[in-house]
Ligand binder design. Sequence first.
Ligand SMILES: [Zn+2]
Length: 698
Amino acid sequence: MGKTGRRIRAIITALAAAASLTACAVLPQGGGGGQQSQGGSAAKPAQWRNSDLKSVMEESGDVTEKDDFALAVNREWSLANSVPDGYSSYDPFVARNFEVNDELKALMTDRTPYSDADAEQARQNTQNYYDLWMDWETRDELGMKPLLDLLGPLFEVETLDEMTEYLSDEKTACNATELAQCYASSDWNDTDHYAVYIDRMDVIFKDTMFYQSMDYDSWQQEPYYNILIRHILERMGYSEDEATKILADGFRFEKDVAEYCMTLEELSAEDAVKKQNNIRTAEELEELAGDFPIMGIIDANETEGSDRYILCEPDWLEAMGTLYTEENLERIRSYLIIYTAQDYAQLLDRETYELYGDVLNGINGASGRISDEEAAVGMVGRFLPGQLGRIYSERYVKQETVEEVTALAKQILDEYRSMLQKEEFLSEETREEAVRKLDNIRLHIAMPQVWEDMSALHVSGPADGSNLFKAQDEMGSFLLARQKTYINGTVNHQYWTSSPQDINAYYNPRENTVTICAGILGGDFYNTEMTKEELMASVGCTAAHEISHAFDSSGCHFDEKGNLRDWWSPEDYTAFRGRADKLVEYYDAIEPFPSVHCSGVLVQAEAIADLVGMKTMLKLAEKEKDFDYDRFFRSYAQTWKMISSEQNEYYSIIQDNHPLAYLRVNAVVQQFPEFYETFDIKEGDGMYLAPEDRLAVW
Ligand SMILES: [Zn+2]
């Protein structure tokens, strides 16, 4: 017993810190604003039918490429396929996900040793964790005991002073949850060096806005708290009344704190990083926090002695000083119990695991359960992403893939440079900055070329008499010890903040890095038999899309090193906005469902990236001999084939900052003369857009 709890939080905090570095992924993702536009001024684009819906494909009959390109190209595939059980959509990303999962499962059960010592250690650690996860006998035998042991010292806290000691003293700070997150990450202002970030505690409902509109009665209808957490509390031995009180106290504390926290909308806004970039000394933190033991928590997380602290939300820390009182002691304790129970739910016994799955299914509108093997692989990937990536790369990534994709990406960067050099709306000053930024983009292709040293990590397995809770403790101890070495240290930019097995590509403004993970270099996206046209339509457009994020509305706040610095002149930025606003209007006018419009504001950055991606590849195509445009455009359309449920489409329209799949085809290709020439598009055709209405942001 001891520090296990704090360890799992350390793992989650460290991994979340890494995840927060990745932005602008090519994959559709939830979150981020989500206001719904109610109509634009002019209905410029044709109202294509939403061909992401299979029903539309079934009813459409023969439609030509001239009238609806996405529908005509992808209809046959859509009619021949369906959405798999437990999913709300099917597309090349989901298909590729199945392939990668099979590869990962094979890695977990193949016990052949690796000759490379680091890979062999990664194999043992990941397989030990996998085996522990699959060891239901031990898990059922232990039942709730590991969680009770973990929370023991928290149950004994009787005064605020004891709570302070509990939160600050490494020997007794075994709380799974902490009231602040402290972690080392590259400094927003000097990306070559580490800073320590102080961020607010998590809340169950990720958007703090939620708590403002919710009262105690409506909260009681929420299944997540009131079925899942209640079940765990009752299994821990609390009576129904006691569990009700803990749940209510915890909610009230969250609600009080949430009032002083940034909302999801504020965190997704263009100026969010600037608002969070509050440099403070340790003395200033201490003064702001009042009795709240911020320095004790910093110590317990091995982040003391940093030359630079960045306080993400000053209002929150000040509020903690006010809320950290003897009167609130029970509420604080309840919050810590609830959050710890939630963190560990998936690591407990079968009964809890099944209930956890049922509740989540209810919330997400899914059904069925993924296999234990797939779930176990998922947890290995969550807690040991780098180690799993190490052996995945060793087994599945070919150096020739790295070389071919790197060469293509470099060609795209060259083309991009000449586009920037010719761009008329940029002043000489901004152009120079833009080219310097482009020339400093780091390419991370397929897998890291340098791996961070993890030789000190040893995860014991069932043969050592271990269990999942001990494994969390081992992983957490390692991560905290490593964090200590980061303090005031230099950042190694060759390390990745994501995993090679991810089916994704993204631009990271804080590192000025374009990453194309090995996971996306397979399936429909990539194979060595592809023609030049097919390669350019998939990986090429993806790479060019990501590069363009360096020059979009969020990328413009970070310079060539990834430091927070505005390098656009205000006049140039205004000119850029004018072009972008035309695009916003164009998307606002599109209606995927009757009277439901796209939100141009929501999708603008991604829509611009799609456009620039296509433009760059068409510029490159000009240099190719006998380029097959027909094949290129068809391959591009196939990259975005999709069968989706209506709910999923609707959810995407209001939540996803990427345009819908059929629009990533039609709304992009109709902006380019090459498309009109290839398919002989004329005025009156569904794919026709008058030249003066066509979009060109870059
Ligand atoms: Zn993107």
